[in-house]
Design a protein around this ligand. Sequence first.
Ligand SMILES: *Cc1c(COP(=O)(O)O)cnc(C)c1O
Length: 423
Amino acid sequence: MKFVSTRDSSVEVSASEAILQGLAPDGGLYVPVSFPSLETLNVYEVSSYPELAFEVLAPFFEDDILKDDLAEICIDAFNFHVPLVELHEKQMVLELYHGPTAAFKDFGARFLASCMEKLLEKQQRKLTILVATSGDTGGAVAAAFANRKGIEVKVLFPKGRVSKRQQQQLTCWGGNIKAYEVDGSFDDCQKMVKDAFMDKRLSKEWGLSSANSINLGRLLPQMVYYVYASTLYKETYGTKPTFIIPSGNVGNSCGAYWAFSMGAPIERITLAVNANKTIPDYLRDGEYKPRPSVATLANAMDVGAPSNMERLFNLYGDIATFRKMVSATSVDDETIKKTIREVYQETGYVMCPHTATAERVRRDLPVQDDTIVVSTAHPAKFEAVVEPLIGKSVPVPENLASLLSKRSEYKSVGCNYKELFEE
Ligand SMILES: *Cc1c(COP(=O)(O)O)cnc(C)c1O
């Protein structure tokens, strides 16, 4: 399988090339030239999640230098469980938060890290990954790359602007993960990363690379759980489910659309967003207007200019097709709170604010049967929001708890990127 840029389909690269490059040279995002059909694959006969992942992803790595490593990469990356639980009959929740940092980003970050480690080993090269984070992304990337050979990660976070638990998850790794507390804002952190990449000499000398959510290596594994949950649902109930996905940069939902393009038994895909309404407004007005983000309780979805929209436009270019394939509904903070309380009182199930956004959209559908709400984070990560609403504490899962007890270490720096490279 070859991949092309969303802005220029004349230059084709392999999966590995796309993964190492991150962004295409013309600034576009990499997308597959076509989608293999699930019908030709063995997805109904596998006995474990990593095996299913291998079956689904193999066609994308068919002619790639990682072809023979893919099975091992899948076993290494997907070493946690992926439960599809029933909230009411035929109303399911797909829990994507059982990885090391208790959020769905572990799927993409771990797969990317495992691919990169193998590639560098083959090419006898070293890389330095720079990440600026406002909180969660940096933690998933740090966890996924910890102890990987040939890769050093530099994580930048803005001083005093990440939560205590988030800071702990960025600074507890040691070894090949270096954390920097920047005396500035998240924008300053992003600017330092940009400046470092612009410094061609330094960029080459350190082998700078990025691991952000537009990297193809993070997108591809996000198809697999949609194939998994939809085939499991269809086998159980005989009908196709509709997925409702809490969305920000729409990387997660893009995975669902790609799974749909492969022929996964999916009825419909619906995006649930917070007060950042860029996509619902586009569906209403037919005019796409990215904008600055506003802060909400579901803060991992506070995105006004969703970066993966370029991939969705590549699939469904004109507004008529887009409207046919995509629904999106916005949920405000008060309604998120109300939903967390309502679900807990009714079922005893505790949802994070992101998951509650999707649950609200389900509850407002005319028919709730045959739906799967995608749960993107463990509620204990957002205890300050969730606990007062349900009136009790949320136990911290073991994987998170073990991170919280590690020793924290970081370097304080100003806003000049050169400080990141002084040893
Ligand atoms: C990143 C994130 C999202 C949004 O995912 P996108 O791929 O950016 O749409 C939703 N929920 C949680 C908990 C996240 O961390």
